[in-house]
Design a protein around this ligand. Structure first.
Ligand code: HGY
Ligand code: MN
Ligand code: MN
Length: 423
């Protein structure tokens, strides 16, 4: 029986060995080995590998005596009750689905550090007033089913459950059917009937800033705007040898010009503007055939909504002109569109003050990547803790973070949620 000790107890610390062993164990699920000894994960949302990762993590949640509820979109939320059941819990969490060339830390750290915080408190015999929750949200990456942060968006009521269940991957497979197939079509309603008192997400930075500056903790001020668009260009397939250039209607030339222009727009706008084409399908994709159809994605992001809209309008206008010049048809489909999000200033301040109280260097910064926290910020005070990414790499098998930085981030998480759970 866990006793009740006065909190916050500044001496409380996580057990790095326990955290590292869970990270390593989850890292073996959907493991992918790189050519130079690096290794990461491929656990695309709702695949068998995602199911296996979910089974492992929910097993750990239950081993800690937490009540696990899976909701209708497959979000898993574990609760460790506090001493005062009338108070809303404090939630920690992130995601455990990965991109195809994912690392062992993206998302996973925030979930496993949450479990470590609960276990450290249990071992110390400390039970806060508010309960603690640890959640992983479905399909944060959006790499298989768009949009990204799909599960947390449904959880907060930003996307209807039915339209989320009807999302389809590039092979036409329906999200709801996959959720059922892997056994994670839960019974708990979403959007959630009640929201946590606060949400804190520990995450790797996934970029170079903290490492470049030699800073250990990022107090994340918000998340930049995200615009994902799928463009489909249709022309006419023809023989590569017999068709004069003047008679061609080549969609791949249009796509190539649009991708190059996206890069130029990012350079012209400068600042935080980024532009990426990550996925492209060419049909029939043969060496001696002028393609008939090309589908590709453009990911535009900026911390400033007005500039992001300018980038969209400039690029999409250019795409229409290039298609018309080449006699091709063009259609566009928005896959995801989120405006920039600012986190609760008091929560950002708490990240910073907690980091400094524990003796860690800290700097405020926006997030270039999307996170579930940007959805939870719609319903409760929210912030994020960043720790450095070695060589600024993520969405890459070589993604890595120094154990001392993992420990620092998890201890900031521990001390933050203990304070929040005593309010
Ligand atoms: O795309 C993103 O920023 C996130 O990794 N889903
Ligand atoms: Mn992530
Ligand atoms: Mn990611």
């Amino acid at each position: 029986m866990i006793g009740v000790k006065p909190v916050p107890d500044d001496a409380l610390r996580i057990d790095l060995g326990r955290l590292l062993s869970r990270i390593a164990a989850l890292g073996e699920v959907g493991r992918v080995n790189g050519p130079a000894g690096e290794w990461g994960n491929a656990r695309l949302a709702l695949t068998d590998a995602d199911r296996d990762g979910r089974d492992l993590v929910t097993g750990w949640m239950r081993d800690l005596g937490m009540e696990v509820h899976v909701d209708r979109i497959g979000n898993a939320i574990a609760t460790w009750r506090g001493t005062d059941p009338t108070l809303a819990p404090v939630m920690m969490g992130s995601h455990i689905d990965t991109v195809r060339t994912g690392g062992r830390f993206d998302g996973n750290l925030g979930v496993l550090a949450g479990l470590e915080v609960v276990e450290a408190l249990q071992v110390a015999g400390v039970r806060p007033r508010r309960g603690l929750q640890v959640a992983f949200f479905t399909d944060e990456e959006g790499a298989r089913f768009a949009p990204d942060m799909l599960g947390s968006l449904v959880y907060v009521g930003g996307l209807g459950l039915e339209s989320a269940l009807d999302a389809r991957d590039s092979e036409g497979i329906r999200l709801g059917d996959e959720l059922h197939r892997i056994g994670y079509s839960g019974a708990t309603p979403c959007p959630a009937a009640a929201f946590p008192a606060a949400f804190v997400e520990l995450h790797i930075e996934q970029g170079p800033v903290l490492e470049d500056e030699g800073v250990t903790i990022g107090a994340v001020t918000g998340v930049q705007g995200i615009s994902w668009t799928e463009l489909t260009i249709e022309g006419q397939s023809a023989h590569a040898g017999t068709t004069p250039m003047r008679l061609r209607r080549d969609p791949l030339v249009v796509a190539a010009r649009v991708m190059a222009e996206a890069r130029m727009i990012a350079h012209r706008l400068g600042g935080a503007q980024v532009a990426t084409t990550g996925r492209m399908d060419v049909f029939p994709n043969l060496v001696n055939v002028v393609p008939s159809k090309v589908t590709f994605t453009v990911d535009l992001r900026n911390t400033d909504e007005r500039i992001l809209q300018e980038a969209e309008q400039t690029l999409f206008g250019f795409a229409h002109r290039m298609a018309a010049d080449e006699g091709c048809d063009i259609t566009m489909k928005s896959l995801a569109r989120f405006e920039p999000v600012e986190f609760d200033p008091e929560m950002v301040e708490l990240v910073e003050s907690t980091a400094r109280r524990l003796g860690h260097s800290c700097r405020r910064m926006p997030s270039g990547a999307g996170h579930d926290a940007q959805m939870l910020a719609r319903v409760c005070p929210t912030s994020m803790i960043f720790v450095p990414s070695i060589n600024g790499l993520s969405h890459n098998l070589a993604e890595d973070t120094a154990p001392t930085d993992l420990e620092a981030g998890a201890n900031v998480l521990l001390q933050m949620v203990v304070q929040l759970a005593q309010r």
